[in-house]
Design a protein around this ligand. Structure first.
Ligand code: TPP
Ligand code: MG
Length: 663
C-alpha cells in the first residue's frame, strides 16, 4: 500500500519523546551516550512509524524485520523505541534504571535482556556484520520456504565507528557480493567521533566503499522526515543492499553541545537537560510522555498486528507449517544422533584412523544429510577445513537455496555473520578457518559466547602438527585463550569417535557456541570398543584404566594417541599407567566432584599432562605431583613429526618424564 510522506512536525514531536527519555535516563544514570539517540531520533521514528515490520505483542515473530543498533553506545535509542512502541518487558521503570545491575537496560544492548534486542552490540562493527548474517539467513529461508512465510528486511543503524572498524569492510563486501537486497544500513553520518571531527582520522569516501562492494547508496537529511521517508521508500525496491547516509547533528537539541564530540557521551547535567527542553519545546517533567503522544507511539507499535495475523494464518494453512516451526525451533531429528552413533560404531568396527578434520567431514556428512538446518562455510579454506560435504550445494548470489557459504578470506566477518544467522534462527551455522586465525575472529567468538548463540566454529590445523607452514600457522596459546572464554565449549577430539561425539554436542548445545579444534595430521583410534554413550559429553573420561596405577596421563586431541604410546612404553618397563582423554574442559568442570576425582585419580596420583600447546591452565589438573609436556614458545617450520621431535613432544620423552615423576 503506497504511503504518503510523513509530516515533519509530527515526526519531530514523536522523536522528541525518544530524545527526552534518553536525556532523562542518561541524567538519572549519571552516565551514558545521548549523542546518537538525539541525532538519529528522527530517522528512527520514520523507520518505525512507516517501514519496520514488527509486533511488540509477538516479538519473536519469525518474519519480523530485524532492527540492529550496531552503534550500541546509543542504546537509549533502542530502549526508548521498545518502550514507546509497547514491548511489555521494556517498562518505564526499566528506563529509569538504565545502566543499573539487574535492569534490562544495560549500558549497551544485550541480547536476551529483552525482546526486541536482536543482538548484543557495543564493540563497534559487530552489529552491521551480524546483520549481514541475519540477512543471509532470511534469504536462505526465503529460498527454502517461499515469500509467503519468509520475506523480511534487516535494518541497521551504524555509526562512523562501525564503519571505520575493519570488520565492516568484510561485512560490506560479503553483503555486496551476495546481493543481500533485504539489508538496509542507515549510517549516522554526523562527522563526529569521540576525538572530534572525523577529519582527524578519515579521508576515504564512505559512500564509495559501499558502492565498490556492490551496494546501492543514497543520502538524506536525517532531520527532514520527508527526505528520510523518500530514501527508505526507495530502498524497499532495491535489488542489492542499500546504504543510506543520514546527515545528522550529534546530540540534536542540546544547546552548546549539539554537533560536537561533547555530545557523544556523559550525563549533560540538570541545567543542560533543562536547556534542551526549552530548545525543543518539551515542557513535560522527567520520564513523562503525555498521553496523546504515548498513544500515538502505541499505535505505531500496533501497525504490524494485522500483518502478523495474516502471516500466522498463512503459516498455519501452509503444508510446510510443521517443517517451518521445527526449523525456527532448531528441532533436530532423532535420526541425527542415531546416525552419529552408527558412524561411531563403524569407525570402531573398521578401526578408522585419520586426521580429525577429515573425520569431522564424516560426521558432517551424517549431520548435513539428517537436517537441513546447517549452513556451512569457510574463510577460503574449504579443502583444508573439510567443511563442505558432498551432499550440500553452495549458496550463490542468485540462488540462496544452497547450504554452503564461501566467506572469502574474512574470518572476522564470517564469525559475526554466523552469529547473526544463529540469532536470526531457522539455521545452525558452522564455519571454518585455521585455528591460529581464531585470533582474527576472536571478538565475534566472544560475543557468541556472551549471547549464548548457537554458532559452531570449526578450527582445523590445531597445533604444531601443522608442520611445514611454520610458527605463523601453528597455534600455541589459542587453546588456552579460547578456553578462557566463558560459555564457549572448546572441544579437541582425539579420534573419529570423539569427533562424532563432539559434533553431536555442538549440534545439541543450543544456548552456547561450540568450537572444534581439529588436527591436520593423523590420529590413532583410541576407543577399542563401541558405546552408544557420548563419553565426550562428560568432558573427560578414562580411556585406559589400570587398577592400582600411580600414574595418569592426561591429554587432548592428537596427544591422546601419544599418551597411549607412552603407556605402552611404560608398560614394557613394568610401569602401569592410566590414560585420560579430556576433549572438553568446560564440560568436565560441570561434572560432579566424585566423577572428576575418579577421572583424575585420587590424591597422591602422579599426573603427566600432554598437549602440544602452551601449559596455561593445565596446573589445575596436574596436582602437586604433576608435570606438563607441551610447548613453551612458538613453533617451527618442518615436517610435523620432526617438529614434534624438535620440541620433545614424543612418547619416549613423555615416558622419561613419567618415570621422573614416579621417583
Ligand atoms: C571496537 C570498539 N572500539 C572502541 C569503542 C569505544 N567507542 C565507543 S563509541 C566510539 C566512537 C564514537 O564515534 P561514532 O561511532 O561516530 O559514534 P557517535 O559519537 O557519532 O555517536 C568509540 C571509539 C567501541 N565501543 N568498540
Ligand atoms: Mg559519529
Amino acid at each position: 500500500m503506497p504511503q504518503t510522506a510523513p509530516d515533519q512536525a509530527h515526526i519531530r514531536h514523536l522523536a522528541n519523546a525518544i530524545r527526552f527519555l534518553t536525556l532523562d535516563a542518561v541524567q538519572a544514570a549519571k552516565s551514558g551516550h545521548p549523542g546518537l539517540p538525539l541525532g538519529m531520533a528522527d530517522v528512527a521514528t520514520v523507520l518505525f512509524s512507516h517501514f519496520l515490520k514488527f509486533n511488540p505483542a509477538a516479538p519473536h515473530w519469525p518474519d519480523r524485520d530485524r532492527f540492529v543498533l550496531s552503534a550500541g553506545h546509543g542504546s537509549m535509542l533502542l530502549y526508548s523505541l521498545l518502550h514507546l512502541t509497547g514491548y511489555p518487558d521494556m517498562t518505564l521503570d526499566e528506563l529509569k534504571h538504565f545502566r543499573k545491575v539487574g535492569s534490562r537496560t544495560a549500558g549497551h544492548p544485550e541480547y536476551g535482556h529483552a525482546p526486541g534486542i536482536e543482538t548484543t552490540t557495543g564493540p563497534l562493527g559487530q552489529g552491521i556484520a551480524n546483520a549481514v548474517g541475519m540477512a543471509m539467513a532470511e534469504r536462505h529461508l526465503n529460498a527454502r520456504f517461499g515469500s509467503e512465510l519468509v520475506d523480511h528486511k534487516t535494518y541497521v543503524i551504524a555509526s562512523d565507528g562501525d564503519l571505520e572498524e575493519g570488520i565492516s569492510h568484510e561485512a560490506i563486501e560479503l553483503a555486496g557480493h551476495y546481493k543481500l537486497k533485504n539489508l538496509i544500513v542507515l549510517w549516522d553520518d554526523n562527522s563526529i567521533t569521540i576525538d572530534g571531527s572525523t577529519d582527524l582520522s578519515r579521508t576515504s569516501n564512505v559512500d564509495g566503499r559501499f558502492r565498490d562492494a556492490g551496494w546501492i547508496t543514497d543520502n538524506c537529511n536525517g532531520h527532514d522526515a520527508a527526505d528520510v521517508f523518500r530514501a527508505l521508500e526507495q530502498a524497499q525496491k532495491a535489488d542489492r543492499p542499500v546504504m543510506i547516509a543520514c546527515r545528522t547533528v550529534i546530540g540534536f537539541g542540546m544547546p552548546g553541545r549539539e554537533g560536537t564530540q561533547k555530545a557523544h557521551s556523559d550525563a549533560p547535567g540538570e541545567e543542560l537537560v533543562a536547556a534542551s527542553r526549552k530548545q525543543l519545546g518539551w515542557d513535560h517533567p522527567a520520564f513523562v510522555i503525555p498521553d496523546d503522544l504515548a498513544n500515538q507511539w502505541r499505535a505505531i507499535g500496533s501497525r504490524g498486528a494485522a500483518a502478523f495475523a495474516d502471516w500466522t494464518a498463512r503459516k498455519n494453512a501452509s503444508a510446510q507449517a510443521k517443517e517451518f516451526d521445527d526449523a525456527i525451533g532448531g528441532v533436530l531429528p532423532p535420526s541425527l544422533a542415531a546416525g552419529l552413533v552408527a558412524l561411531k560404531q563403524k569407525i570402531v568396527a573398521d578401526k578408522t584412523d585419520g586426521a580429525t578434520r577429515k573425520l569431522s567431514e564424516k560426521a558432517l556428512d551424517v549431520i548435513n544429510a539428517e537436517t537441513k538446518l546447517t549452513i556451512g562455510g569457510s574463510a577460503d579454506l574449504t579443502p583444508s577445513n573439510n567443511t563442505k560435504t558432498k551432499n550440500i550445494e553452495p549458496v550463490t548470489p542468485d540462488d540462496f537455496s544452497g547450504r554452503y557459504l564461501h566467506y572469502g578470506i574474512r574470518e572476522h566477518g564470517m564469525a559475526a555473520a554466523m552469529n547473526g544467522m544463529a540469532l536470526h534462527g531457522g539455521v545452525i551455522p558452522y564455519g571454518g578457518t585455521f585455528m591460529v586465525f581464531s585470533d582474527y575472529c576472536r571478538p565475534s567468538i566472544r560475543l557468541a559466547a556472551l549471547m549464548g548463540a548457537h554458532t559452531v566454529f570449526v578450527m582445523t590445523h590445531d597445533s604444531i602438527g601443522v608442520g611445514e607452514d611454520g610458527p605463523t600457522h601453528q597455534p600455541i596459546e589459542q587453546l588456552a585463550a579460547l578456553r578462557a572464554i566463558p560459555n564457549l565449549l572448546v572441544m579437541r577430539p582425539a579420534d573419529g569417535v570423539e569427533t562424532a561425539e563432539c559434533w553431536q554436542i555442538a549440534m545439541e548445545s543450543k544456548s552456547n557456541p561450540s568450537l572444534l579444534a581439529l588436527s591436520r595430521q593423523d590420529t590413532v583410534l583410541g576407543r577399542d570398543s563401541h558405546t552408544a554413550d557420548n563419553l565426550s559429553a562428560r568432558g573427560a573420561y578414562v580411556l585406559r584404566e589400570a587398577p592400582g596405577a600411580k600414574l595418569t596421563l592426561l591429554a587432548t586431541g592428537t596427544e591422546v594417541g601419544l599418551a597411549l604410546k607412552t603407556r605402552e612404553l611404560l608398560a614394557a618397563d613394568g610401569i602401569e599407567s592410566r590414560v585420560v582423554s579430556m576433549p572438553c574442559w568446560a564440560l568436565f568442570e560441570k561434572q560432579p566432584a566424585e566423577y572428576r576425582q575418579m577421572v583424575l585419580g585420587g590424591p597422591g596420583m602422579a599426573r603427566l599432562a600432554i598437549e602440544a600447546a602452551c601449559p596455561l591452565g593445565w596446573d589445575r589438573y596436574m596436582g602437586e605431583k604433576g608435570a606438563f609436556l607441551g610447548m613453551h614458545g612458538f613453533g617451527a617450520s618442518g615436517p610435523a613429526k620432526d617438529v614434534y621431535a624438535h620440541f620433545g613432544i614424543t612418547a619416549e620423552h613423555a615416558a622419561e618424564m613419567a618415570k621422573d615423576l614416579l621417583k
